[in-house]
Design a protein around this ligand. Structure first.
Ligand code: ADP
Ligand code: MG
Ligand code: MG
Length: 502
């Protein structure tokens, strides 16, 4: 077959066939719980939902690049587990004495809280990570390579809804054959996606390690969250396949209801009309942005949970490990070796061969610190602005500064503030790729040029003195209109999509 021409995707279909796809896609999503809560204040008992934002066609992606991303996940799982256990490194990079925490208030708050706790009163040595490593295709001439956007260690979302989106596209293929418009649109090119069972397996591993009969898993959630169904599908899987119950609480509810046992540091949650229940695992779908901590009380609640005997997903050090600053420092000479080649620390079996490190490095774009060598970092960012993105220590989309906005932004940044930002070379995805995007609940589709971002899910259960237990467990595709720089589905810029292997 000739090389795939991304600018010819999706294949042409008639207006009538497009309406058929829209009807079937929206109906499938509504029938299978591929849903969001609608905009606006929700009643305490929900009465309606809308389908999530979706694409009508799956997005083409080279099979080898997908398999490469899947293969990398295991080493990333180990790498970030080891970073989270390397206190000295995190102090240096993220702390308030030498690192980003000096300047970035949010990072500093988390780091300081953790430092105060870690010497005296951390009751649980295990950490659980549910990770998502995100990639874009990078085109140079006819070469397509895989480049990492970022690695998420907290609240990695859309695991369950991405599985449902893949199932929706497969159902469209079975029911319509996509009107036979492309030989690529056949069942064998739709890879399976079992991220729901896979992510739940991570939660079950933590719950099992905690090993207390009758204990439950706590989901720490945001008030007013619209992406609740993505979380609820994890809850149902835990209940139906593993008989493990879940309690959902916000930080503000936990401020009243979370208690720690004086004798064994067990975490219990006691609601007004329910008896107290012991928590095995704390799973955060909140707590990743400063908006989740409007007052010092929310930080206090976070630290109370942190010092308890429950297993945290993630712990504060694991959340800090996912910082953009860590991603940049990993590209500096010798840092990857520190985590992957130190036999005295990780043993002969814990050391990775040089070609594995080379594979990881090949998946990275160039990055540097804005405070590199005095003014050199800023100077280089000005000179190369049009090929760059600047990132602060934030999650959840909408925080980056791109291309022509960079020089003016740099003018507004004091020398001190620079150390909270990194510069990253822009990835160049294939041009001309299009899709039909359906906004949440809108019923209508818009044909537009797009960029597709692949995410690979993995989990890891680890702690000092324990062999790291980890797995690659599924994938996600988010597709955004090319005109928008950012890709956060929840913020309304992009849609859920799936893979069509080419
Ligand atoms: P967040 O943690 O807020 O999701 P990301 O690093 O993922 O931060 O950046 C948000 C979005 O910005 C990404 O989904 C992607 O669309 C875009 N982006 C980030 N880095 C790059 C890059 N190096 N090249 C091109 N686009 C990028
Ligand atoms: Mg991201
Ligand atoms: Mg992120």
């Amino acid at each position: 077959m000739p090389p795939f021409d991304f600018s010819q995707w999706p294949p042409r279909i008639s207006e009538k066939d497009r309406e058929t796809l829209q009807f079937r896609a929206a109906s499938y999503a509504l029938a299978h719980g591929l849903l969001y809560l609608p905009v606006g204040v929700q009643p305490s008992v929900p009465t309606s939902a809308i389908h999530a934002p979706i694409s009508l066609f799956p997005s083409p992606f080279p099979r080898e690049r997908f398999e490469q991303a899947q293969k990398l996940q295991s080493i990333y799982n180990v790498l970030y587990s080891r970073i989270a256990m390397d206190t000295e490194f995190l102090d240096q990079v993220m702390g308030t004495e030498q690192g980003v925490g000096q300047v970035d208030e949010f990072t500093g708050q988390l780091w300081s809280g953790w430092r105060d706790l870690r010497d005296k009163s951390l009751a649980q040595p295990l950490h659980l990570g549910l990770f998502r490593s995100d990639y874009l295709l990078h085109q140079q001439g006819s070469e397509l390579s895989l480049k990492q956007v970022e690695f998420n260690t907290i609240s990695s979302s859309f695991g369950t809804l991405s599985q449902k989106t893949a199932e929706m596209h497969r159902s469209l293929e079975s029911s319509t054959q996509y009107f036979n418009v492309s030989p690529h649109l056949t069942a064998s090119n739709f890879p399976p996606n079992r991220s729901t069972a896979g992510l739940v397996e991570g939660l079950v591993a933590a719950h099992t390690a905690y090993n207390v009969e009758g204990s439950k898993i706590l989901f720490v959630v945001q008030a007013g969250e619209r992406n609740v169904f993505d979380q609820l599908w994890l809850e149902y899987e835990l209940l139906e396949r593993h008989s493990i119950r879940v309690v959902r609480k916000t930080f503000d509810e936990l401020a009243q209801q979370a208690k720690i046992s004086e004798s064994n540091s067990a975490l219990t949650v006691e609601s007004p009309n329910e008896s107290a229940v012991e928590i095995s695992t704390v799973y955060y779908r909140s707590g990743y942005t400063p908006d989740d901590y409007p007052t010092s009380e929310q930080y206090q609640t976070r630290f109370t949970l942190e010092r308890s005997r429950a297993i945290k997903c993630p712990t504060i050090p694991l959340q800090l490990a996912g910082g953009k600053k860590v991603q940049q420092v990993l590209t500096e000479p010798g840092v990857l070796e520190r985590f992957l080649c130190d036999e005295s620390k990780y043993g002969a079996h814990g050391v990775f061969p040089a070609h594995k490190l080379a594979e990881l490095r090949e998946s990275w774009m160039g990055m540097w610190a804005l405070d590199m060598n005095g003014d050199a970092g800023v100077k280089q960012a000005r000179e190369r602005a049009l090929g760059l993105v600047l990132k602060p220590q934030r999650e959840g989309g909408g925080n980056n500064v791109y291309k022509e906005a960079i020089p003016e932004f740099l003018d507004s940044l004091s020398p001190r503030e620079r150390s909270a930002w990194i510069a990253m070379e822009l990835i160049s995805p294939p041009v001309g790729l299009k899709n039909y995007l359906v906004r949440a609940g809108s019923g209508a589709s818009v044909e537009t040029e797009v960029v597709s971002e692949l995410g690979i899910f993995g989990w890891s259960l680890f702690g000092q003195g324990k062999v790291i237990e980890e797995k690659e467990v599924g994938w996600l595709v988010r597709t955004k209109g090319k005109e928008s720089n950012e890709g956060g589905v929840a913020t309304g810029f992009s849609v859920l999509d799936s893979l069509l292997l080419i």
